[in-house]
Design a protein around this ligand. Structure first.
Ligand code: SF4
Length: 860
């Protein structure tokens, strides 16, 4: 214990031990527990805030040879259950049902518009729980929240139940007058690991302290604590800034491997996380891939387990009367054996190609599940839910890949744990219902989800020689030599404190509830905790880029440690994530690279925009899955409708263009199996409006000229580059003068700059026998205010020259097998379907960083 930093202080009957992080508060507190256990005395009990912390401390004490009883170390919540009070606890779904009832009967006007919005009741309930924990009386809470608080307490009182704060107050009252023989067992109660006690918790502890000896730790709030002081431990601090989160974790893993190579025991290494939701799965996956044994103490939220996702999707499919798209979403989870398998891919392809066929014809198995829509008793529904287990595939990989058996076995054990907890949630939801209640499976599932909102899956791994992965809040009791802390980003650490929308900060302060300022102060405390976690080395890092390639802002804490050693980017990581290189294709590929056929303007535009995209689309023919019916009304289909309507109108000018277009639209929609909904109807109205405007402003045909629709044009350049295209509208004079029109169902921004189509079409049209001169090439941008974008004279000449040069360059590039990732216009990459294949984001980010570095050097 560093006695300079820690001061024992007595407030009422509780003895407080406070001081900065790592000053020895816990060591001092746990001393009497160790001594008592060593002497076989079990009257000293330790209470902590979470089950994980309790488990860790139990193991820690047991490792030193001490024998514990079951109640020697436990949580405060569990201890509260030992106090025999009449006020019952209610489950989440019961609370929610009571609150829903309160709001249905008497919803304050202010909450009426919000009542049905998702998450509103859960947030309101959390606020009411907090009020009760603060010991607030209903008359102290003004406005609509106060009215709901009053009614909820009244409703609970009728059922003999109460919020947690009310139960703590009842337990305090019981303790103060209970006869000695009824008191819980114990002599000395120790409380460790709490950041803050709510008012009712303090009241309970005071009552406990009136009957027993109570000691508790708390982080010092003394203003004399220097903000960046590192008491006792002064580890080497290293700062790393890899490009992405993946690279950040890879860099940590590499450092762990280096340390292990130097003989550092893995159990002395920890990964401490502030943003567990993002980093915990990443660390688990990357460490497993690199065969680094690790054990996570970060509970995985049960609701995020694949089994829960599968059940959620399954229920959604049933709710939609087995809509095929929704049923497919459920069946594509890996656990069914259809996700991430070629059989599953084939099934998805089959379904997508046959949609909108009814789901029952695509999945005949669904017939066996028709009873799910009917109301039944909760016991019958539990049996129905049990049938879902049929979908869970066995861990075949255990036998197939023995190298990975340990990881597979762990995943399987977590899966079994998820199944167990899922069944418990359903039972809990069923228990809250009257026996005669009939409801649907979906309704029972909704209740079970409420029960499981805060449920977590804990890692039951018992290995010792592992890297420990934990939440920063729980890291206080750990003693580690090397600590890695990724994710030091603005908004993530410190977490952004949001003002309370229900109560307001003034009321919170008045009622003794945690305020924004206190939440911010807690983040600062956590930063101090992090700085004192490691004895030897603390590795801090943040990714430079987010998943969209945008620059990240570092945490404000980042610059508070100027003396830290910076780590250079790791070369092997840079290579591993670099762009696909534009090397010539393999000789074996060249003969088949592109069969000798005519080029269309659109194919050539593909190559000019990006050789790699051309290679992927035209040579490899990499295609995504067919679009689902709801996604099929895309720009391509709308363009086809417009072209076809305009072609018909050109051939039959006396007809009304909107009428032709409406018929074409309806025909195409029916052919594509697109369900007609509001969005489709709006698109139809818009298209008809655009074309009825065009009908009035279409370029008139000059006297004596002929307008031809959809004219084929061809040309062979240099005797070996065949070009072919289809002109939307070709106006011809009797003397052979020609004007070309091309329809675009768009705003047509920057169309005049696109020279490939205009140049090639002009060259090919000029080669026709019936044409002696092309006067103009005009884009008709149907959605633009200025629809006509005419190119003529010298500019048209320039387009022809540039297009011919591009054609020659393209042909040469293809002959060499040149497939570089080199977009002519990188802004178009956001629409490219190969953006996840070519790694252009990494290429761009690296290039930008190089420019930044050069600029910085220049400035220096
Ligand atoms: S995203 Fe850009 S760079 Fe990548 S393939 Fe597509 S066009 Fe080329």
């Amino acid at each position: 214990l560093n006695s300079n930093n820690t001061r024992a202080q007595t407030s009422s009957a509780i003895t407080w031990i406070s001081g900065p992080p790592a000053s020895g508060k816990s060591t001092l507190l746990l001393g009497p527990l160790r001594e008592a256990l060593a002497a076989g005395d079990f009257t000293v009990r330790l209470l902590v805030p979470t089950a994980t912390l309790s488990e860790h401390l139990r193991h820690d004490l047991a490792r030193t040879g001490l024998v514990l009883r079951r109640n020697s170390v436990g949580t405060l919540t569990r201890f509260l259950n030992e106090i025999p009070i009449s006020l019952k606890a209610a489950s989440n779904s019961q609370f929610d049902a009571i609150l829903a009832e309160v709001l249905t009967r008497n919803c304050p006007e202010e909450f009426v518009p919000l009542q049905e919005s998702p998450g509103f009741r859960a947030k309101l309930l959390a606020c009411l729980e907090e009020l009760a924990l603060a010991g607030a009386e209903p008359e102290e809470v003004p406005g609509p929240v106060g009215r709901v608080y009053t009614r909820l307490r009244q409703a609970l009182a009728k059922l003999g139940a109460g919020l947690r704060g009310q139960r703590l107050e009842a337990a305090a009252a019981w303790l103060s007058q209970a006869p000695p023989q009824d008191l819980p067992s114990g002599r000395l109660f120790l409380l460790d690991g709490f950041y803050r006690f709510a008012n009712t918790e303090l009241k309970f502890l005071e009552a406990l302290a009136a009957r027993f000896e109570v000691r508790a730790t708390r982080v010092s709030d003394s203003p004399s604590s220097p903000a960046l002081r590192l008491p006792q431990r002064q580890p080497l601090i290293t700062k790393a800034t890899p490009l992405t989160r993946e690279q950040e974790v890879l860099a940590m893993a590499r450092e762990v491997l280096r340390l292990a190579g130097e003989g550092v025991p893995l159990r002395r290494i920890g990964v401490v996380l502030r943003t567990t939701r993002v980093y915990a799965p990443l660390v688990e996956n990357i460490f497993a891939r690199l065969k680094i044994p690790s054990r996570s103490y970060v509970g995985v939220e049960l609701s995020r387990h694949p089994w829960m996702g599968f059940v959620r999707d399954w229920v959604a499919a049933q709710r939609s009367a087995w809509d095929a798209e929704k049923a497919l979403a459920a069946l594509r989870w890996s656990l069914t054996g259809l996700g991430n398998t070629s059989t599953g891919d084939s099934l998805e392809l089959f379904v997508r190609e046959n949609l909108p066929a009814p789901a029952r014809t695509l999945f005949p198995q669904l017939k066996a599940w028709e009873s799910w829509g009917q109301a039944a008793s909760s016991q019958q529904l539990l049996a129905e839910f049990d049938r879902l287990r049929e979908w869970a595939a066995a861990p075949r990989a255990l036998a197939v890949n023995p190298e990975n058996a340990e990881v597979q076995a762990f995943h399987w054990s977590q899966f079994m744990e998820a199944l167990r907890q899922w069944r418990l949630l359903l039972e809990l939801a069923a228990q809250g219902l009257a026996p005669e209640t009939k409801l649907s499976a979906a309704e029972l599932w909704d209740l079970a989800q409420l029960e499981g909102e805060a449920a977590t899956l804990r890692d039951r791994d018992r290995r010792r020689e592992v890297v420990h992965v934990m939440d920063l809040e729980e890291s206080r009791q750990w003693d580690l030599d090397y600590v890695f802390a990724p994710g030091l980003l603005e908004g993530e650490f410190p977490r952004r404190a949001q003002p309370d929308a229900f109560l307001g900060e003034d009321l919170r302060a008045r009622l003794g509830m945690k305020t924004m300022r206190e939440r911010e102060a807690e983040e600062d405390q956590l930063w101090q905790v992090l700085l004192t976690r490691a004895h030897r080395q603390l590795w801090l890092s943040h990714p430079l880029r987010d998943s969209n390639g945008e620059a990240n802002l570092p945490s404000p804490y980042w610059d508070q440690i100027p003396g830290a050693e910076a780590v250079a980017p790791l070369p092997w990581l840079a290579i591993a994530s670099g762009p696909v290189r534009g090397t010539p294709a393999q000789p074996t590929l060249l003969p088949n690279y592109r069969p000798n056929k005519a080029w269309s303007a659109s194919e050539m535009e593909d190559y000019v925009q990006c050789p790699f995209a051309h290679f992927a689309r035209r040579v490899m023919q990499w295609e995504g899955l067919p679009a689902l019916p709801s996604q099929r009304l895309d720009a391509l289909l709308l363009g086809t409708v417009v072209h076809s309507a305009l072609e018909k109108w050109l051939r039959e000018p006396s007809a009304r263009l909107p009428e032709i277009a409406a018929a074409e639209f309806d025909r195409k929609i029916a052919e594509a199996g697109i369900p007609v909904n509001y969005a489709v109807w709006m698109e139809r109205l818009n298209l008809l409006r655009v074309l009825s405007l065009y009908e009035k402003s279409a370029p008139a045909q000059s006297p004596g000229w002929t307008s031809l629709a959809e004219q084929m044009v061809e040309l062979t350049l240099d005797g070996n580059i065949a070009l072919r295209g289809r002109v939307d509208r070709l106006d011809l004079s009797p003397s052979g003068a020609a004007r070309i029109f091309d329809y675009k169902y768009s705003q047509g921004r920057d169309l005049e700059k696109r020279f490939v189509q205009s140049g090639l079409y002009t060259l090919a049209t000029a080669a026709r026998d019936d044409v002696c001169e092309v006067q103009s090439f005009t884009y008709l941008a149907l959605k633009a205010d200025e629809a006509l974008k005419e190119i003529s004279g010298e500019r048209l000449e320039e387009h022809m020259v540039a297009a011919a040069a591009a054609a020659r360059q393209t042909a040469a590039g293809v002959a060499e097998g040149f497939i570089a990732v080199r977009p002519a216009d990188s802004k178009l990459c956001q629409y490219c379907e190969y953006i996840d294949v070519c790694r252009i984001r990494t290429q761009m980010a690296t290039a930008e960083d190089e420019v930044d570095d050069e600029t910085a050097e220049g400035a220096a």
